[in-house]
Write a protein of this length. Structure first.
Length: 149
């Protein structure tokens, strides 16, 4: 009887924890438009950008297009911290979840940048905190994107 109660208690805890884990990892899939009026730029110069994100349980594809510069970057990564290549660039990236935050660490030669993506409760706004790790700079850039279909 004691084993049954212990097993039942463990099963209930596992079942209750599963939805919490799923909620901790928002799905960033969608078309995102940069909103300069809500963003805080200290080190970056960005006027217009769109990100298209496709995500499943263990991987994420991000296509970044910067309007005026014609710069386009695409990366396909797993979300378990393994390195992946950034297409069209001499760079590598890795992505993982830290609770509800998706973290990307990107290395381009001697430059290292950390991106921390968070989603609003309603899923319509994405914030991307950008920190220059190497070389270190003052201030964190906060990019705000609004979801479009």
């Amino acid at each position: 009887m004691r084993i049954f109660v212990t097993a039942t208690t463990l099963l209930v805890l596992v079942l209750l924890a599963a939805p919490a884990v799923a909620q901790d990892r928002p799905n960033f899939s969608g078309n995102w438009q940069f909103d300069a009026s809500k963003s805080e730029l200290h080190n970056l110069k960005l006027a217009n950008a769109t990100w298209t994100i496709k995500q499943d349980d263990s991987s994420i594809d991000i296509a970044e297009n910067e309007g005026g510069s014609g710069r386009a970057i695409e990366l396909k990564c797993t979300t378990d911290g393994k390195d992946c290549k950034v297409s069209g660039e001499k760079a590598k990236a890795s992505m993982w979840y830290n609770g509800p935050m998706l973290v990307e660490m990107e290395t381009r030669g001697d430059h290292v940048v950390r991106y921390r993506l968070t989603m609003s409760q309603d899923g319509k706004t994405m914030k991307v905190e950008t920190t220059q790790i190497v070389p270190q700079t003052d201030g964190i850039d906060v990019l705000v994107f609004e979801k479009h279909s």
